[in-house]
Design a protein around this ligand. Structure first.
Ligand code: MN
Length: 268
């Protein structure tokens, strides 16, 4: 029987690479999925640029963002973003945190992003702002403490996207594919909104339009078409991920670092 967990891990690697390839995530940023077999755990890559994430890089975490098995590889410092949102939102199955160039002007200027075209309806009618400074004062702006992650999750509330002042954005989805689509179209919406503001005054979709248009985007037909499009672009660019190196029991998503020769110093 093919291991369903292996398929999920491979799809997560593909999602990482799509978001890297489509310009949502660069060297930084990360994407996770809740473990479909255990809602108290989630899957996230080791610290690595998402464009290069392989199935073997995927680690499993508790919702306190502690690794299920202590890894011998570097971990993302901002993983509490994922754990604290999964705790707060039982409906969320996937999370992406990024600093996409398209959203940064809004995150820096404190200007709201709102849906300005039908596909942008996926972001929801309102995108709240979170400012780490408000609650935690002067920090390095990384969301590393559980209380910082909890505060971000509180501001996200029941929304699909939260903008982080002078930092970036965090996006959630009910499925991995919905998350990927929403993350990419958040960026397109921001691009269109900014450009439209140079030649006129962009108006948000009406509330009913956000509901109706947003629902279309997550339908299977649309999700299949977008996933195929982004997957084929990824393949054509030569970034398709390798398969998992060996069959692993579902509960052991913890890779050993293949490339780390014995005795080598750990990378910071
Ligand atoms: Mn960040």
């Amino acid at each position: 029987m093919p291991d369903r967990m292996n398929e999920i891990i491979e799809e997560l690697a593909i999602a990482n690479r799509i978001l890297g390839h489509e310009g949502v995530i660069d060297a930084f940023g990360h994407v996770s999925i809740r473990d479909p077999n255990d809602s108290a755990r989630y899957l996230l890559s080791r610290s690595r640029s998402p464009l290069f994430v392989e199935p073997d890089d995927i680690l499993e975490y508790s919702l306190d963002s502690e690794p299920v098995t202590p890894p011998d590889v570097q971990q993302y410092s901002e993983r509490v973003i994922h754990g604290e949102i999964y705790k707060a939102r039982s409906d969320v199955m996937a999370v992406c945190h990024h600093h996409a160039p398209a959203v940064m002007p809004f995150a820096i200027a404190g200007k709201p992003i709102f849906p300005v075209f039908h596909v942008g309806g996926a972001i929801g009618a309102e995108v709240p702002f979170w400012d780490q400074y408000d609650e935690f004062g002067e920090t390095n702006l990384l969301v590393v403490k559980p209380e910082e992650g909890r505060s971000l999750a509180r501001t996200l509330g029941g929304h699909s996207v939260v903008l982080m002042k002078r930092h970036g954005a965090t996006v959630v989805g009910a499925t991995l594919r919905e998350l990927v689509s929403r993350s990419i179209y958040l960026c397109w919406n921001a691009e269109h909104q900014l450009r439209a503001s140079l030649i006129g005054t962009p108006q948000p979709l009406h509330p009913g339009e956000v509901k109706l248009a947003g629902a279309i985007n997550v339908k299977t037909t649309a999700a299949t078409r977008t996933w195929e499009y982004w997957s084929l672009r990824l393949k054509a660019a030569g970034f398709w991920p390798p398969r998992q190196s060996k069959a692993k029991p579902a509960r052991r998503a913890m890779p050993r670092a293949k490339s780390r020769a014995a005795g080598k110093k750990k990378r910071r």
